[in-house]
Design a protein around this ligand. Structure first.
Ligand code: ASP
Length: 584
C-alpha cells in the first residue's frame, strides 16, 4: 500500500493516527537537529518532521539528503504542530516520520514548482509535466474536468446520447485547411482529420439517434491567430425534428445550467441580436455586451460640413468613452497611436470632449459647431464627462477597427468584469460570404446550413443578402457556440453546392454520401457546437485557452515537449508511398 491518506487530507482530528503518505518533496528545511519536508500530491501539502529527539539518526540523515521533487513514501504518526499554519488546510498537524522510502529520485527541476514560478513560458511548455504539478495549472485541468462532467450530466438528463465519430475521415468544410493523413493500405490516398464531426452528426440524425452529443477533438490547419489551437475540443450537438427556436431554447438552458453549476451565477437574459445589428452597433459579430459604448453612425451629421477627410468616406462612426472627457492630450495621443498600429491599421481618430460643464470641444472645432457636436453626443449616447472618439473609412474595415478600440477601452477601463456573464444569441447570419481572394461566395457557416425560406429567391439575384438559419451563442465578447438548421433534402443541398461553385461531379465525389442519405428519409434537423476550451476558460475567468489544455501547442502549432511535428524516416515514407520533394 503506497498510502493511507492523501497529502491534503489530515486534520487535527487525525492526531495520534499512524499514516502512510506518498508524494513529491516540495521543500526541505534542514536545521541539522531537525528536518522539515513539505510533501505534495494533487490533493495538497502535508508537513513531515524528522527530529533528533524522536527520529533515529540515520533517518534524519536520509531526510537531509532528499532533493526537491524526489518521490517518497513515509510512515509516521499524526501529531499536533507547535506553530500552526492557518493558510494550509493541513496546517494544524505534521507527520512525525518513522519510516522513509525514496521511491524515485529527481533531477533539480528547471523551474520552481511553486504557484509563482521562476520559469518562463517556453521552459514550462517544454516541461509541461512539471508545470502540471503547479497549482495554477493543475487546478485548471481539474476545473475543466468539472465542466465536462456538468456538460455530460445536463445533456444526458435531456436525452442526448454520446456517440463517438471517426477521426480518420474525408474533408469537412468548416472554412480551414484539413490536416491529412496518408493511408498505407490505400496507396496514394489520404484521410482528412475532422474539422468537426459535421456530416457524421447529420448522418446520426438520418440514423434516427434523435439527440446526439460528443465532447470531441477537432482539427483545423489554419494560421494560428492569437489563442487558437490546431487541435481543439468541441461540445458537438445535433437534434432531429427541431426548428431554430428549439435549439436556442435547449442550449440557452444548457448554458444557464453550466454558469449556475460552475459559477453559482444566475443568468436570466439571453437577448437576441441580428447579425446586421451586431455589426452596426458593435462592429463585431460577437459583441461584449457587458458594457455600453455602442456605435453611433454619424454620416448624416458629420459629412458635408467642409471636413473633407470625412466627406469622402463610406462610414463615419463614433463611440462615447464614459468619464474620459478628462483625458489629457497625451492620453488621447496614446489612443491614436494604438489605432494606427499595423494590427489595427486605422488612419487616426477624431475626438470630441463633452465636458462636465456641458461645453463641447473637439479636434475638428474648425468644421463643427458646438451644436453639431451635441448631435454627435446624442447619437453616440455621450453624457457630460464623456469622450467621443470617431473613425471614418470603408464601412466594414472601420467597424472592425472601432470594435477593436472599444474592446481595448473596455479592458483599460475595467468594464469587462470576469465575474459578470452576459450571453446573447446572434441570429440571421448571412448564408454566404464574398471572398476577395478567390472572387467567389463561400458558405459563411458551412455548406449544410439552410437558407431562410423567404430568402431563397435571392440566391440568384442577390446572394450576399440571403440570410441563413444560423446562430451563434456569444458570451462576454467570445463566440462560444455556433450552429444552424440544416438542409435535409437532396435537391436543396445540390443547389447549395452549385451556388458554392461545386460542379455536380465534385459535389458527388466529396459529399455524395450525405446527399444519398438524404434520399432515405432524412428528418429535419439542426445543431450547434460549443468551443469547449474557450467555454472553460471563460467560466474560469480567463481568456487564454492554452492554460486549460493539458498539452497545448505553441503559436507555430508545435508541441515543444514531444517536439512535433517531426520528420519521418525514409522507410516510413516509402511504406506510405510518399516522397519529400522540397529541399528540407
Ligand atoms: N460544425 C459546426 C462548427 O464546428 C457547428 C455546427 O454547425 O453545429 O462550427
Amino acid at each position: 500500500m503506497y498510502r493511507s491518506h492523501t497529502c491534503g487530507e489530515l486534520r487535527l482530528e487525525d492526531k495520534g493516527k499512524e499514516v502512510i503518505l506518498s508524494g513529491w518533496v516540495q521543500k526541505i528545511r534542514d536545521k541539522g537537529f531537525m528536518v522539515w519536508v513539505d510533501l505534495r500530491d494533487r490533493y495538497g501539502l502535508t508537513q513531515l518532521i524528522f527530529d533528533e529527539e524522536r527520529t533515529p539518526k540515520e533517518m534524519i540523515d536520509k531526510a537531509s539528503q532528499l532533493g526537491r521533487e524526489f518521490v517518497i513514501q513515509v510512515t509516521g504518526e499524526v501529531i499536533e504542530r507547535e506553530s500552526k499554519n492557518p493558510n494550509m488546510p493541513t496546517g494544524d498537524v505534521e507527520i512525525l516520520v518513522t519510516e522513509l522510502k525514496v521511491l524515485n529520485s529527481a533531477q533539480l527541476p528547471p523551474f520552481t514548482i511553486e504557484d509563482e514560478t521562476d520559469g518562463g513560458e517556453d521552459l514550462r511548455m517544454k516541461y509541461r509535466y512539471l508545470d502540471i504539478r503547479r497549482n495554477p495549472v493543475k487546478n485548471k485541468l481539474i476545473f475543466r474536468s468539472k465542466v465536462a462532467m456538468e456538460v455530460r450530466k445536463f445533456l444526458s438528463e435531456k436525452g442526448f446520447i454520446e456517440v463517438e465519430t471517426p477521426v480518420l475521415i474525408k474533408s469537412t468544410p468548416e472554412g480551414a485547411r484539413d490536416f491529412v493523413v496518408p493511408s498505407r493500405m490505400n496507396e496514394g490516398q489520404f484521410y482528412a482529420l475532422p474539422q468537426s464531426p459535421q456530416t457524421f452528426k447529420q448522418l446520426l440524425m438520418v440514423g434516427g439517434m434523435d439527440k446526439y452529443f460528443q465532447i470531441v477533438k477537432c482539427f483545423r490547419d489554419e494560421d494560428l491567430r492569437a489563442d487558437r489551437q490546431p487541435e481543439f475540443t468541441q461540445i458537438d450537438c445535433e437534434m432531429a425534428f427541431v426548428e431554430q427556436e428549439d435549439i436556442l431554447n435547449t442550449f440557452e438552458n444548457f448554458t444557464r445550467h453550466l454558469i449556475k453549476a460552475i459559477k453559482g451565477v444566475d443568468v436570466t437574459e439571453f437577448p437576441r441580436m441580428t447579425y446586421d445589428e451586431a455589426m452596426k452597433k458593435y462592429g463585431n459579430d460577437k459583441p461584449d455586451i457587458r458594457f455600453g459604448m455602442k456605435f453611433g453612425e454619424l454620416n448624416d451629421l458629420a459629412k458635408n460640413k467642409g471636413f473633407n477627410v470625412f466627406d469622402s468616406q463610406e462610414l463615419v462612426v463614433g463611440i462615447a468613452v464614459p468619464g474620459a472627457a478628462s483625458y489629457t492630450r497625451k492620453e488621447i495621443d496614446k489612443l491614436i497611436e494604438w489605432v494606427k498600429r499595423p494590427q489595427i491599421g486605422a488612419n487616426g481618430l477624431v475626438w470630441a470632449k463633452y465636458n462636465d460643464d456641458g461645453s463641447l470641444k473637439s479636434s475638428v472645432d474648425k468644421f463643427y459647431s458646438e451644436e453639431d457636436l451635441k448631435a454627435w453626443a446624442e447619437r453616440t449616447g455621450a453624457k457630460a464627462g464623456d469622450l467621443i472618439l470617431v473613425m471614418a473609412g470603408d464601412a466594414n474595415k472601420t467597424r472592425t477597427q472601432l470594435s477593436a478600440l472599444r474592446m481595448h477601452l473596455g479592458n483599460e477601463l475595467g468594464l469587462r468584469k470576469a465575474d459578470e456573464f452576459a450571453p446573447l444569441w446572434v441570429v440571421d447570419f448571412p448564408l454566404l460570404e464574398w471572398d476577395e481572394e478567390t472572387k467567389r461566395f463561400h458558405a459563411m457557416h458551412h455548406p449544410f446550413t439552410s437558407p431562410k425560406p423567404e430568402d431563397i429567391k435571392l440566391l440568384d439575384t442577390d446572394p450576399g443578402n440571403v440570410r441563413a438559419n444560423a446562430y451563434d451563442l456569444v458570451l462576454n465578447g467570445n463566440e462560444i457556440g455556433g450552429g444552424s438548421i440544416r438542409i435535409h433534402d437532396k435537391s436543396t443541398q445540390a443547389m447549395m453546392f452549385d451556388h458554392l461553385g461545386f460542379t455536380p461531379e465534385e459535389a458527388k465525389a466529396q459529399f455524395g454520401f450525405l446527399m444519398d442519405a438524404f434520399q432515405y428519409g432524412a428528418p429535419p434537423h439542426g445543431g450547434i457546437a460549443f468551443g469547449f476550451d474557450r467555454l472553460v476558460a471563460i467560466l474560469g475567468g480567463q481568456e487564454t485557452i492554452r492554460d486549460y489544455i493539458a498539452f497545448p501547442k505553441n503559436n507555430s502549432g508545435r508541441d515543444v515537449m514531444i517536439d512535433a511535428p517531426a520528420k519521418i524516416g525514409k522507410d516510413q515514407l516509402k511504406e506510405l508511398n510518399l516522397e519529400i520533394t522540397a529541399n528540407l
